[in-house]
Ligand binder design. Structure first.
Ligand SMILES: Nc1ncnc2c1ncn2[C@@H]1O[C@H](COP(=O)(O)OP(=O)(O)OP(=O)(O)O)[C@@H](O)[C@H]1O
Ligand SMILES: [Mg+2]
Length: 386
């Protein structure tokens, strides 16, 4: 039972106690929000730790007396509904035109009563926000990549622009899976001055070790150095993979009545983790990956999987300077293997030579399968790539 709460690969971290590392990006976020008063677009790969970061930022902002509203977007997201739900939780007390003794305030009425019925425009919302007083509002829109393209995103961008032009103390933090700012909020260029993009990078080794240490502490099950090193190597900076491997390895150790987790538990954990990840990947991708592995292309595929994982999902086949070696190698693998197996697609204009995996979970799947194959063949992962 303690193990289940110690490593939570299927859930974002919700408290600062469980939160490992990330001081640089957290500092950047706080500076952008507090000092620079910018809106923030937080982007990165699936499972890199965006939501966990947002939870910690929310907590810190509330401690600093911000009103924080967290919304998870979806395909059905609609601007009017979203804004009504946000302002519907803000009491009229914070509106400059109302007095604490007004009847509406005593009745607990909220700001949504000021919105007219029917569709809501960015201007109407902005007008209400312009009258906020005695507080600062932080609106967090997570999973923005899942929100509908077109109107929804355009109107959010318009609201951000209006808020900035009028120096209104309402700030947005928009987060989602993307490899850059423009990919997530395509209408942002005109408002760029007021918006900062922050990429959530892979964790460094020290941060991954801290994640494991927090799990050790919470579960009471220590990991020996070899086991912790192995997880750190295999996780490649992904807190999701580190958490998943940590959990399965610790369960293995408990099941064999051991006092500490060792490398063999990690190896067993990799096997279970690989099966678990496979279940979340489409059959089509699984088949294509297995075919490529059977044809002897596992290391090549692993190479571009690592490049994608380190680069927010992007595969750049035309690097210059130092990156050009990587680029050429990447181009060869993309052209000869990944495109042939239909695993990757061009990102934007095909002439630019940038690709991404067709399925966003594919890089982690390929990587864990490669690790598994190597453990089975050599007793340990032969980290030759990345
Ligand atoms: N700083 C951290 N400390 C400890 N664990 C973390 C940290 N960041 C992320 N994790 C773990 O990694 C996993 C993925 O984190 P999270 O859900 O925050 O990522 P995400 O980027 O929001 O993913 P998605 O793109 O799927 O929404 C979770 O299991 C979480 O517990
Ligand atoms: Mg998330």
């Amino acid at each position: 039972m303690r193990l289940r709460d110690a490593f939570t690969p299927s859930q974002p971290v919700s408290s600062t106690k469980q939160f490992a590392g990330r001081t640089a990006i957290l500092d950047g976020l706080i500076r952008a929000i507090e000092d620079q008063r910018l809106h923030v677009v937080l982007y990165g790969e699936r499972g890199i730790g965006k939501t966990s970061l947002l939870h910690v930022v929310s907590q810190l902002a509330e401690e600093a007396q911000y009103l924080v509203r967290y919304v998870s977007c979806g395909e059905e997201s609609d601007f009017g509904t979203l804004m009504r739900s946000v302002v519907g939780t803000i009491p009229l007390l914070y509106h400059a035109d109302y007095d604490p003794t007004d009847e509406e305030i005593e009745q607990g009425t909220s700001l949504d009563s000021l919105l007219p019925p029917g569709p809501v425009t960015a201007n109407q919302v902005c007008d209400i926000f312009s009258r906020l007083s005695g507080t600062r509002l932080l609106i967090i829109l997570d999973e923005f990549d899942r929100s509908p393209h077109g109107n929804f995103r355009r109107i959010i961008a318009e609201l951000i622009k209006n808020l900035s032009d009028r120096s209104i103390r309402v700030q947005f933090v928009i987060a989602g899976v993307a490899s850059n700012l423009a990919e997530l909020v395509e209408h942002i260029p005109s408002v760029r001055r007021n918006v900062i993009g922050l990429r959530v990078p892979p964790m460094n080794a020290e941060e991954t070790r801290e994640l494991i240490a927090i799990g050790e502490e919470a579960s009471g099950m220590p990991f020996n150095d070899k086991a912790a090193d192995l997880i750190t190597t295999i996780a490649k900076g992904s807190p999701y993979l580190a958490s998943l491997l940590g959990q399965h390895a610790a369960i293995e150790a408990v099941e064999r009545d051991a006092k500490e987790v060792d490398a063999s538990d990690v190896a067993a954990g990799v096997r279970i983790a690989a099966d678990e990840i496979e279940q979340r990947i489409s059959e089509r991708t699984v088949k294509a990956v297995k075919r490529a592995f059977a044809e002897g292309n596992s290391v090549d595929l692993g190479t571009i999987a690592c490049l994608a994982m380190a680069n927010g999902g992007r595969l750049e086949t035309r690097g210059s300077g130092l990156a050009s070696d990587n680029g050429r190698e990447c181009e060869r693998i993309v052209r000869d293997i990944a495109l042939a197996d239909d695993l990757v697609v061009p990102l934007g204009d095909p002439d630019e030579g940038v690709y991404e995996f067709r399925e966003e979970g594919a890089p982690a799947y390929i990587w864990i399968r490669l690790t598994l194959t190597q453990i089975e063949e050599h007793g340990r992962p032969m980290i030759t790539t990345g």
